[in-house]
Design a protein around this ligand. Structure first.
Ligand SMILES: Nc1ncnc2c1ncn2[C@@H]1O[C@H](COP(=O)(O)OP(=O)(O)OP(=O)(O)O)[C@@H](O)[C@H]1O
Length: 250
């Protein structure tokens, strides 16, 4: 498998705070990699750095062999990296279809083509019956579906999902897991930030753990949940059998 994303020495300070410190990891094509860690560990900042919303102080991000540090978010998206946001940012008054078309317009200037592509993405994420619903009237899981459809409509090769399971009930988490798997089966390379550990275990082939901006571990899910450093920093010793408090959700 070829490397879709190679991150080397990524660093970002906010004043005196080292939000991301010398973080390196790689993602193979069509692999799903999870980025986990406690609140404030630097996961979302890493997404901002990869997708051009923040410029790193140091480090490199190669996407399919091309350096993308320094490119604007729009150009990074056009290069094939799409993302969702931790706090969903739909255009509330606009319909689901109109929202997803804003993604599709990245590649298709023609309304009919953009509409067709948007409808395909809406159907794919399971929002087929809601295309004319205003985004603000969607349930939480449907808002997450909308975020994914909007990203998908930009025709990404790499999809970065930021806490798409937050606030979902257990049945909805199962649906979201199924959708992430379906996205992977479509051939996408996925990087997912998530606190819901059972979802991570169900979708990720590889896990990278951040703590205080630094990578403290990476490896296969089974290794990670047994790693003493990860248990200390994030999971807590009882997570496998009982929901952890304050950190990962079982
Ligand atoms: N724009 C900013 N200006 C100043 N500090 C910031 C900024 N963005 C993030 N930070 C700080 O950087 C650190 C890392 O934040 P980040 O949002 O990346 O963490 P996270 O791992 O995504 O956490 P969570 O799980 O809570 O979303 C935190 O201490 C945060 O307060």
């Amino acid at each position: 498998m070829a490397e879709a994303l190679v991150i080397k020495g990524l660093s970002k300070r906010f004043g005196g705070l080292r939000a991301v410190q010398d973080v390196s990891f790689s993602v193979q094509e069509n692999e799903t990699v999870a980025l986990i860690g406690p609140n404030g560990a630097g996961k979302t900042t890493s997404f901002h750095l990869i997708t051009g919303f923040h410029r790193p102080d140091a480090g490199s991000v190669l996407a399919f062999g091309k350096e993308i540090v320094g490119l604007r978010p729009h150009d990074i998206c056009a290069f094939g990296l799409a993302r969702t946001f931790q706090v969903a940012k739909p255009f509330g008054a606009m319909t689901v279809l109109a929202n997803v078309m804003t993604g599709a317009f990245l590649r298709d200037r023609h309304v009919a083509a953009a509409r067709e592509k948007a409808l395909e993405a809406i159907e794919f994420v399971g929002l087929g019956a809601r295309e004319q619903t205003a985004a603000k009237d969607l349930t939480t899981i449907d808002q997450r579906r909308l975020e994914m459809a909007r990203a998908l409509a930009t025709e990404p090769r790499i999809l970065l999902l930021d806490e798409v399971m937050a606030g979902l009930n257990p049945a909805e988490i199962d649906q979201a897991v199924a959708l992430v798997r379906k996205l992977s089966q479509r051939g996408l390379t996925i990087v997912i930030v998530e606190h819901v550990m059972r979802a991570i275990m169900a979708v990720a082939r590889h896990i990278v753990v951040l703590d205080h901006g630094q990578k403290i571990a990476e490896g296969a899910p089974k290794e990670i949940v047994e790693n003493p450093e990860v248990i200390r920093a994030y999971l807590g010793s009882g997570y496998v059998h009982a929901p952890a408090t304050g950190g990962a959700h079982a």
